[in-house]
Design a protein around this ligand. Sequence first.
Ligand SMILES: Cc1ncc(COP(=O)(O)O)c(C=O)c1O
Length: 403
Amino acid sequence: MNYILNTVPLLSDVEITNAKGIYYYEKSGKRFIDLESGIWCTSLGHSNRELIKTISKQIAKLIHINKRVLPSYIDKVAERILKIVGFEGKIFFLNTGSEAIEFAITLAGLINTNKSLITFVDNYVSAYGQATGIENKIDIWKCYKCDSSKCSLDCQVLKNKIAENATLIFDPFCFSRNVIEIPQKLINTLIAEVRAKNGIVILDEVTTGLGRTGKWFGFEHYNIQPDIVVLGKSLGNGYPVSSVLVSTKIANEIENQKFSYYQSHQNDPLGCRVAERLVQILEKEKMIKRAAEQGAFFLELLKKELRTSEYVVEIRGKGLMIAIELSNAHCAENIAKKLLNKGIIIGFSIKFNVLNIFPPFIITKKEITKIVQNLKECLDPTIELHERNINNISYPYQYLHRI
Ligand SMILES: Cc1ncc(COP(=O)(O)O)c(C=O)c1O
């Protein structure tokens, strides 16, 4: 790349020209399985026909509009989305997950006198200011493997973390590609304390929302009710639309303050229509149940086939969100390159040495079986080892916090 400012090194010189379903295609016709759904966006697969129809129709009618003359059908779209996903309150549309996170934090800051924000270590929440600067973090790595039968606020990990009127924001599973299940006892302790201190709970469902974990929202695995929920990524299946869902109570408080906010593309008709169609397809085609089933099959097969590999430390998953943590004897980046040669594009983290599987929900069991077989071959002990040495890694940039 000569003119694109380079912030992410390319994995290879593959030249993708189009995509359909779970596949990317080169001009030559060579295809690659997209195990990352773009960047965790295309849950329905690339070039979904229904979405293309919706986009084409709306583009011809109205893409963007002055917000002082927002048509009433946008309100109907909002109502339908909230009903399908089962959230009581109001919704606001933006473009990217990061924008929506920052907006959610801004809303919480309007209500909470205390601007204290809390999250977990390695919980990636946004590319921008308010969220990247969160200093008050709970060390999930200590809690994740904690074997104490109960979780207490006296524990060093939690001590003095939750102030009066603070805002707790977290993503329930992803953790910068690690796919960590936060222990239920920790969630119970934290949420009870935030509530007791009149704080606000924001769930960052940018990656976990809309079925990725096998439920509409990741938080449903914990039986909690957040005040604010942020959606992004798969909401547009690749089209940039995100949203902030606020409970009725929070919506009333915000609206009573007559808070004014203008962004060019908030609640744009095209993004709203795409989001509406997406949730309708998820519901109509029972895609969330499918994500749960395909995810369980994938995880079980990976555990069965790779259980004897000395290079695998742990395989973790929730729905179609899977992380394979490798030992230092092997380097995730090199495994990803080997898989690319076999026609599979897999995600990886250099920092955590994990491989990621976040495929479109339409993936079949046959395709899953083929992928696991290829992974097994790449992790075969008889092949050349690529020991992971963080100092010698062929990564020419400073580690970004998110990778
Ligand atoms: C959990 C989580 N929240 C928020 C974001 C930010 O979303 P976006 O990249 O659309 O700004 C990401 C991006 O990877 C994410 O993983």
